[in-house]
Design a protein. Structure first.
Length: 157
């Protein structure tokens, strides 16, 4: 019997800072546990501003500092994502509102749409956008994504 594959899509506003970090962190977690074949992982944006772009250089630098590489290219979420993914985990209330509104336009939406921060053991619900910040802000996003992704993975077993 084939193992059931679960799927998660991480979403932020532009798909160049928070969601690619979360995607890369989650991908590393499942790879380290040798369960990457049990998960389909991706990230996307609510907006179309950065479609086709690589993640922010500060996000890539932060990931590299933790031994993680990413070849992700930004993409905007599609109606199909609401039918394809089991979980759509976003970074803040604005993302959540936009996703809920978009999901209402999809018949038979099957995705569970939540804040990634709802899994944070430190109860930091919002993963703040580091775009206008500095390296320290990207590091804070990384650390929060690690906590949240570990807790999400544990809860979704």
């Amino acid at each position: 019997m084939a193992a059931e594959v679960k799927s998660v899509l991480f979403v932020c506003l532009g798909n160049i800072c928070r969601s690619p970090i979360a995607e890369a962190v989650f991908r590393k977690l499942v790879t380290d546990e040798s369960i990457e074949n049990k998960w389909m992982t991706d990230s996307g944006a609510v907006s179309d501003w950065n479609v086709g772009c690589s993640p922010d250089a500060r996000a890539l630098s932060c990931l590299r500092n933790h031994g993680i590489e990413s070849a992700h290219k930004a993409r905007q979420i599609t109606k199909d994502d609401f039918l394809t993914f089991d979980y759509i985990l976003c970074m803040d209330e604005s993302n959540l509102r936009d996703l809920k509104r978009k999901s209402n336009q999809v018949k038979n939406c099957t995705a569970k749409i939540e804040l990634l921060g709802s899994y944070d053991p430190q109860k930091q619900l919002i993963i703040e956008d580091p775009y206008y910040g500095n390296e320290k802000d990207f590091e804070a996003v990384y650390e929060q994504c690690v906590r949240c992704c570990k807790a999400f993975l544990e809860k979704s077993r």
